[in-house]
Design a protein around this ligand. Sequence first.
Ligand SMILES: [Zn+2]
Ligand SMILES: [Zn+2]
Length: 284
Amino acid sequence: MRGRPSPSPLESGSLPPTFYAGGPDCAGVPPFRVHAYNADFFILRQAACTNFEKPFLYLVFGRDRALLLDTGAGRVDVATPVDTLIRAWLARHGRAGDSNQLVVAHSHAHGDHVAGDSQLVHRPATTVVGRDSASVRAFFGITHWPTDLGAIDLGDRVLDVIAIPGHQAASIAIYDRRTGILLTGDTFYPGRLYVRDTAAFAQSVDRLAAFTRTHAVTRLLGAHIENTRTPFRDYPEGTVDQPDEHSLELHPDQLFELDSVVRAMRGRMSRTALRDLTVWPVAP
Ligand SMILES: [Zn+2]
Ligand SMILES: [Zn+2]
């Protein structure tokens, strides 16, 4: 008897021991440090010398197109490393002459995640998704924002899109079904979780936790690191050189802990340090 096909196993990958982004001096430092999580999933970390925010960008390849999540902070050349990665990927697949389609989306619309858009809008075969929630909703086919899921198929690679407003109105998380990685932007990362809309944030964290309980989530990767390796301690705002920073990855248990802490606040949020991150309400 033939049963249902078993779900395909998740693709593995590796993270480096540290994503150290360097100090204030840019001499000899490339603007982005590139890490291959595996052959089809790349993590780019912006050098600290170019901008203290040193955000993380993600480039994920499907058979037909690639998705770039975020374009960096300040004035930095993001087009060159992205083009280099795409050319190399195509060459490895015997498609050196192709110009692969590229979708450029954003974890959210804050300036430290969209600065390189202007370098990519005129790139051939490239779609830059609009930054407002209506554009994000339309592009990813989210029927009811923010409660419904959206998705994009890159070709043998479906990414689920979860609307998570609260840090910013157009915030999304992206779940990669092939690796089980959940990309969480500025909503969940080892640092200061700036909450602008407390009610929306609480609901978004709850929805993200519910999604994580019902899907095979291996790692949660955000867009910054601001905590140190010492529990409950972050680097001061604006710190450039972070030699002892927290790991990039967080795990489902840490999201569930945040969810229960936020629930217990019952809409009255106050600055609260957890072991690996801080809930940090700010004026809307
Ligand atoms: Zn932000
Ligand atoms: Zn940010």
